[in-house]
Write a protein that binds this ligand. Sequence first.
Ligand code: APR
Length: 244
Amino acid sequence: MHQDFFPPTIVALTGAGISKESGIDTFRDSDGLWKRVNLEEVATIEAWHRDKKKVLDFYNDTRRQFRAAHIEPNAAHRALARLEKEYGGEVVIVTQNIDPLHEQAGSRNVLHMHGRDGEIRCMRCGHVLESDVDLTPRSICPGCQAVGELRPNIVWFGEMPQHMDEIHAALERCGLFLAIGTSGEVYPAAGFVLEVRRHRARAHTVELNLEPTDNRDLFHEHIYGPATQVVPPYVERVLRHGWR
Ligand code: APR
């Protein structure tokens, strides 16, 4: 009943494709990160136990790349920030990206399900803190003084994504679900579109991506092109006319 009065929640799931035009590589495109780097060697808990220095060096480098002067939010990040500001209801960004570009564009309601660049965590005591310094296998946890237990607070393959309770709750009240710049190859994010449709038969789902993904048939609407070109006009359309 309330839905007639309160605009439904909009959830935007974003992936590496939204940051591509800001200068950050995706993972699975022909020039993607996982085409150059073996993810088993840097993005799993086994890799961490096998060779901490290799894993830490990889994320130290990633952090430096994100800090490069030319990396800044693009028109697609800014359009989602505008949506949050101007839409009369709730907008939740669920991002698989660890970069800070949504926040830098002005979005406030952002859930980083795969963690955030610039945060570290102690494997021993669970202490999480912001840090911009390089980690080494000899780094000391300021919480418990353990040596060599600090790691980037980033979700590796096989680990539980973060904020899942909040994400499931947002998907439950979602009336418009957008998947932007994500290949839909990694779960649980790839299953969110079905979760929304299961909860709300009337929810509308849209894939905005450079090209059709293997999940395309799960969405009601498809808009293909670079994020900077397709997201701003789509946001404009939603703000002016809604999504039906
Ligand atoms: N605009 C829109 N979409 C784009 C653009 C662009 N300019 N460039 C590429 N894309 C699309 C690609 O076509 C592809 O479908 O973005 C998608 C990127 O897919 P992936 O590289 O698989 O990235 P993502 O879906 O975010 O990966 C999910 O995998 O390795 C893990 O943890 C990592 O969070 C990441 C997760």
